[in-house]
Design a protein around this ligand. Structure first.
Ligand code: NDP
Length: 282
């Protein structure tokens, strides 16, 4: 294996120890950071994510509550629950677990969260602040991926960064963060012509597509930093968007799946919640 492994588990342990220290300091000042997760319906993958978020909170000394709402919850009931949490001083972060059942309006639900408690960074207010280069809450997955890229120690200025995927929750904020780091950024998507001609130029390649093994070794520039955001279930196993077995021999750095970006995503959620609590004291 030529590539160095960017170990999300090890990085997370270090970061979570630091978060736990900051949580302890906040508690001494009378504030226990609190995260509320709203889970509508009983999607099995969502149940696992929500459980892991709760465990993460507990281990770092934060307070967490999971609000379970039935599959047939109305938009009104969901937004009523969000408003109640907006007004609850024990809650500093609110997360609506996605995807919501199809009859619910996701954008309206996210917009109902007050931006200060939007620890997922999905509210248009926070997305807009990122676009404008202003401080705000940054979406957890791209924030975690960026932390992994920074930990390579590579000077990012002037580097070619290619992001495959343009979703509001991963691809677009990821591109903005790379732009802020002075990379030259290309965003690719399902209508991109000759995708490989772009990915092969990438010093930093981020795959957020949702297709197992989509990025193959011939699409990767030797020595590149390859960040695999994908989480795909294949025959009961979780695999990424990158053909890890072959790309690891070409890349300079690579993230594994599992144990890569996914782990860092939850760590960033904990950090965002802790920081939201800190801001209440500012
Ligand atoms: P979306 O489905 O919202 O977006 C996928 C993107 O991939 C779209 O922009 C789409 O393009 C693009 N795409 C699809 N097919 C191709 C193709 N053939 N060539 C180029 N681009 C293509 O997914 P998300 O951004 O929400 O998630 C992406 C992956 O990351 C998923 O596997 C998801 O599970 C995972 N994920 C992981 C997280 C983590 O914590 N590690 C957190 C969030 C997501 P177009 O816009 O044109 O349709």
């Amino acid at each position: 294996m030529a590539a160095q492994l960017l170990d999300g588990k090890a990085m997370s342990e270090e970061l979570r120890a630091d978060i736990a220290r900051k949580v302890a300091a906040l508690k001494e000042r009378g504030v226990t950071p609190g995260l509320a997760v709203i889970l509508v319906g009983d999607d099995p993958a969502s149940q696992i994510y929500v459980r892991n978020k709760g465990i993460g909170c507990e281990k770092t000394g934060m307070h967490s509550v999971t609000i379970r709402m039935p599959e047939d919850t109305t938009q009104q009931a969901l937004e009523g629950q969000i408003r109640a949490l907006n007004a609850d001083p024990a809650i500093h972060g609110i997360l609506v677990q996605l995807p919501l059942p199809p009859h619910l309006d996701e954008a309206a639900a996210l917009a109902a969260i007050v931006p200060e408690k939007d620890v997922d960074g999905f509210h248009v207010h926070n997305a807009g602040r990122l676009l404008c280069g202003l401080p705000g809450v940054v979406a957890c997955t791209p924030k975690g991926a960026m932390e992994m890229i920074r930990r390579t120690g590579v000077d990012l200025t002037g580097k070619e960064a290619v992001v495959v995927g343009r979703s509001n929750i991963v691809g677009k904020p990821m591109a903005m963060l790379l732009l802020q780091a002075n990379c030259t950024v290309t965003m690719c998507h399902s209508r991109t012509a000759d995708l490989a001609s772009h990915t092969r130029r990438a010093d930093i390649l981020v795959a957020a597509v949702g297709r197992p093994g989509f990025i193959t070794a011939d699409m990767v520039k030797p020595g590149a930093i390859v960040i695999d955001v994908g989480i795909n279930r294949v025959d009961g196993r979780v695999v990424g968007d990158v053909d890890f077995e072959h790309v690891k021999d070409v890349a300079g750095w690579i993230t594994p799946v599992p144990g890569g970006v996914g782990r860092m995503t939850i760590t960033m959620l904990l950090e965002n919640t802790m920081e939201a609590a800190e801001r209440t004291l500012a």
